[in-house]
Design a protein around this ligand. Structure first.
Ligand SMILES: Cc1ncc(COP(=O)(O)O)c(C=O)c1O
Length: 384
């Protein structure tokens, strides 16, 4: 059978490939972005109750109304954005929420600007719907944006800008000033802003997170994407959401219906109970816990000769692997796995051009024992 052009363009992700290699070698997987926290008790209890009381049938294509209401309440309690359930679509993870809202707002041939290093699914999703992508490179340590250059890159075809805040994989956290500058460009050119805020609670060094929807001038043109995979450690449950205007949400719900029918019914009740019962401190404690992990892991990377910055958000770190043998980043991460038993992701997964990349991404959201084990293994790394 001849495969479609769409499917031919979807490469197996480097992250999955490294995870497979890691399993073969019985290694320690710091490649995949799984969050290794315990699933919060109310989330488990809520799901069990839903199963015990037969909550097994389709929910609305928008997601359960009470869950949408609870997501709006959480959003308002953290950021005071005046969101209501009408602004929320619950989908099959943040991935489903991005896919359905991107399909709602973009046509084939439309151009989307996004910043490198990027999260690969953003690119693959946009490409799968026929969008052209214009990459703008940002560099460590601050991954700053030249806004004059950004403005100059907007073309007739440009329909949207996409940011990941905090960024997977760079850890960049956008300041309010940066969001205001983006807003100016968005509004001058009648663009849409997609803001993936999946790691909104993973913020370090006392920084304050600013959601794009907290910028008044972005309210009418923004789609925020977030979800529960990371913060409740339920990547396999597939529950995430989009926040936008009622018009976008109504139309995206039709696509959500078409593609997924609805999010998994009993699991929605689990997350609902989590939202209702977990105190605000749950979310701030997650950040504190991860800051401790960040500090000790990045210190160990630097001591092992793999230079890395203390990132400000999310739970990934791009470390310099130029001292590891290998002709390119891919060979180097395979060698790093041989040398340390630690699996990472080669930077080519996050850049449009793989040339001269000497970086590997480590995910440090690991249980303490595993993180300590990784630190021990790094101590054994002999770099000449
Ligand atoms: C920035 C970002 N957005 C979205 C996702 C996917 O989230 P979900 O599991 O809710 O589809 C990830 C997962 O790694 C991510 O890093």
């Amino acid at each position: 059978m001849n495969l479609s052009n769409k499917v031919k363009n979807i490469a197996q992700s480097e992250i999955r490939a490294m995870s497979i290699l890691c399993n073969e070698k019985n290694g320690l997987n710091m490649a995949q972005g799984l969050c290794d926290l315990e699933v919060p008790l109310p989330v488990i209890e809520g799901t069990k109750e839903a199963l015990d009381t037969g909550k097994n049938i389709y929910t609305s294509a928008y997601g359960n109304y009470n869950l949408r209401d609870a997501i709006a309440n959480k959003q308002n309690s953290f950021y005071d954005q005046g969101i209501t359930a009408d602004n929320i679509l619950v989908s099959a993870g943040a991935t489903g929420a991005f896919y359905t809202t991107a399909m709602t707002l973009l046509n084939e041939g439309d151009e989307v600007i996004l910043f490198e290093p990027y999260y690969g699914y953003h690119v693959s999703t946009l490409e799968s719907i026929g969008c052209k992508i214009k990459f703008i490179k940002t560099t460590p340590p601050h991954y700053g944006i030249d806004f004059d250059y950004l403005a100059s890159q907007v073309s007739e075809d440009t329909k949207a800008i996409l940011i990941c805040n905090p960024s997977n994989p760079s850890g960049k956290v956008y300041t309010k000033e940066e969001l205001n500058s983006i807003s100016t460009i968005v509004n001058q050119n009648d663009l849409v802003l997609f803001s993936d805020e999946m790691y909104e609670h993973f913020i370090y060094d006392g920084l304050e997170f600013t959601s794009a929807l907290s910028i008044e001038s972005l309210k009418k043109s923004t789609v925020v994407i977030s979800g529960f995979s990371k913060i409740y450690s339920i990547t396999g449950w597939r529950l995430g959401y989009a926040i936008s205007t009622k018009e976008v949400i109504d139309n995206a719900s039709a696509l959500n219906d078409l593609i997924y029918v609805c999010p998994p019914a009993p699991l929605q009740y689990g997350v609902l109970k989590g939202l209702q019962e977990l105190p605000k401190s749950y979310y701030t404690d997650v950040a504190k816990e991860h800051q401790v992990k960040r500090d000790k892991f990045i210190k160990a990377l630097n001591e092992a000769g793999l230079k890395a910055e203390y990132i400000k958000g999310a739970y990934y770190v791009l470390a310099d692997i130029s001292s590891i043998e290998g002709s390119d980043d891919k060979e180097k991460v395979v060698n790093l796995l041989e040398l340390t038993g630690i699996a990472t992701v080669p930077a080519r997964a996050f850049y449009s051009d793989a040339k001269d990349l000497n970086l590997a991404r480590f995910c440090f959201s690991k249980k303490s024992e595993e993180l300590d084990e990784a630190i021990e293994r790094l101590k054994g790394l002999k770099i000449n």
